[in-house]
Design a protein around this ligand. Structure first.
Ligand SMILES: Cc1ncc(COP(=O)(O)O)c(C=O)c1O
Length: 396
C-alpha cells in the first residue's frame, strides 16, 4: 500500500532542532551582506568541525553527495575504475561513484548494517588479482581504486579491519560519515578517534534530517593539507587568479554559503547536547521495547560510542504477527511516522547490472528494518506513545 508522507505527523520521523544562536548568526550574515561563500562563518564552521572531531583539515561544501564525489575524485577514481561500496546505504554515495564514470561493486553488511570486512576480505582475496598498477577485479578486468564505507545510522563501521585491508591492497578509503557526526571508537586501534577522520577522506552531511543541519550542506575532512587545498580549489571554481578570472582546471561551484555556515556554527554549539539527548532517547527506547515479542532494537557495535542518529528496530514477522510493511502502515494511521531501511542498491534499476558479491545479510535487514521517530525534540511521552503502539499493534 503506498504511503504518502503526512502533512503533519503527530510524531514525525525526524525534524530539525534550530535553536541557540541560529537566528543571531544568520541575521549577522543578512545585516552585513556576507551571504555567499567568502564570509567568515565558512572558516569558523570548518574549524569547529575539526575541533570537535579532531580532524586535521575541513572543507565546507554544498552537500554530502558532492563532498563524496570530490573525495573520490581526489582519491584518483576515474572513468572505468571500480569502487567497493555497501549495497545497504542511501543511493547518494553510489551515485557519486557513477558521476566519475566509475562502477560500484556491491558488498554485504555486518550485524550492524555496516560494510562487512569479512566478506570484503573474501572478495579481495578470492575475486581479485594484484598487478603492478594495483588490484584488479578478475571478473570485470577493471582496476579497483577505493573502498567507500558508510557508518550507517551513526553506528561506526569496523574501520580498523577495513583500513588494514585497504592498506594491504593499496586502496584509498572514503568514509561516508554523513550520518555519524560525533560518533567515535572507545577502544581498539582507533580508540578515541571520530568517524570521518580515519580514512583518506571523511564526509559529513548537514541535510535537514541529520544530527545538525544547515538546510543543505556537507564537509570534507582529510588528514592531508595538500588534499584539503585541492578540495577547496576544485570546489571554488578552480580559481588560479580570482581577480583576473584565470582557471587552469575545470572546477565546481560546490562551496557552502556563509548563510548556511552561520547556521552550521550555531548548530555545532549544540552538537554535544543533541548527542546527549539522542543517547538518552536510545536508552529509553531500549527499555520500553525490551519486552515486545518480535521486535528487536538494534544496538551499537562493541567499543564504539555512536551518535544514535537513528533508532532501528527489526520486525520478526513470525513472532510479531505482522511484517514491517504492515507495522509501518499501522503506525502511520495513528500519526507515527516511521520508515524502512533503503532499498538495496544492487536492486535499484540503475545498478541492477553491477556486480554484487554474496549479498545475504543486507537482504535480511532490508526485509525487517523499521526506523522510529528520532528527532532531538522527541519527548519521553512521545517515546512511550511509539512503544505503546508497537506493543498494541502486535498480532500475537
Ligand atoms: C548515507 C548517506 N550518504 C550520503 C548522503 C548525502 O548527503 P547530502 O544529502 O548532504 O547530499 C546521505 C543523506 O542525505 C546519506 O544518508
Amino acid at each position: 500500500m503506498p504511503i504518502r508522507p503526512p502533512k503533519t505527523a503527530a510524531i514525525p520521523l525526524s525534524v530539525p532542532c534550530i535553536t541557540g544562536n541560529a537566528w543571531k548568526y544568520v541575521k549577522d550574515c543578512l545585516d552585513t551582506g556576507w551571504v555567499s561563500a567568502a564570509g567568515k562563518y565558512v572558516g569558523v564552521f570548518e574549524r569547529k568541525i575539526c575541533g570537535y572531531t579532531k580532524g586535521k583539515h575541513a572543507v565546507a561544501v554544498s552537500n554530502g553527495t558532492v563532498g563524496i564525489y570530490v573525495s573520490l575524485k581526489l582519491c584518483g577514481v576515474k572513468q572505468g575504475d571500480e569502487v567497493l561500496v555497501p549495497t545497504l546505504t542511501f543511493i547518494a554515495p553510489v551515485n557519486a561513484v557513477k558521476y566519475l564514470g566509475a562502477e560500484p561493486v556491491f558488498m554485504d553488511c555486518d550485524n550492524f548494517m555496516n560494510l562487512d570486512p569479512v566478506k570484503l576480505e573474501d572478495f579481495l582475496e578470492t575475486q581479485c588479482r594484484t598487478e603492478k598498477s594495483g588490484v584488479v577485479n578478475r571478473r570485470t578486468g577493471r582496476r579497483i581504486k577505493a573502498i567507500l564505507l558508510v557508518h550507517v545510522f551513526g553506528n561506526p563501521c569496523d574501520i580498523a579491519a577495513i583500513m588494514r585491508l585497504a592498506r594491504k591492497h593499496r586502496l584509498k578509503v572514503v568514509e561516508d560519515a554523513t550520518e555519524s557526526l560525533g560518533s567515535y571508537y572507545t577502544d581498539g586501534p582507533c580508540k578515541n578517534r571520530f568517524t570521518g577522520t580515519i580514512g583518506d577522506f571523511g564526509v559529513f552531511s548537514f541535510n535537514g534530517n541529520k544530527i545538525i543541519t544547515t538546510g543543505g550542506g556537507g564537509m570534507i575532512v582529510t588528514g592531508s593539507k595538500a588534499m584539503a587545498d585541492r578540495a577547496k580549489y576544485l570546489t571554488t571554481q578552480a580559481k588560479d587568479d580570482a581577480v583576473r578570472y584565470v582557471h587552469n582546471e575545470i572546477g565546481y561551484n560546490f562551496r557552502l554559503t556563509n548563510l548556511q555556515a552561520a547556521l552550521g556554527v550555531a548548530q555545532m554549539e549544540q552538537l554535544h547536547a543533541f548527542i546527549e539527548i539522542k543517547k538518552r532517547n536510545y536508552r529509553s527506547y531500549a527499555e520500553h521495547l525490551s519486552d515486545i515479542d518480535g521486535i528487536t532494537f538494534l544496538g551499537a557495535p562493541e567499543h564504539t560510542s555512536p551518535n544514535h542518529w537513528f533508532y532501528s528496530v527489526l520486525v520478526d514477522k513470525a513472532a510479531y504477527g505482522r511484517d514491517r510493511e504492515s507495522l509501518m502502515v499501522g503506525l502511520e494511521r495513528v500519526g507515527i511516522q516511521t520508515r524502512p531501511v533503503w532499498r538495496l542498491n544492487h536492486l535499484q534499476k540503475p545498478y541492477s547490472r553491477n556486480q554484487a558479491y554474496k549479498i545475504s545479510r543486507a537482504l535480511w535487514f532490508w526485509e525487517r528494518t523499521l526506523n522510529l521517530p528520532c528527532s532531538v525534540s522527541l519527548t519521553g511521552g512521545d517515546i512511550r506513545r511509539v512503544c505503546g503502539f508497537l506493543g498494541k499493534l502486535c498480532r500475537r
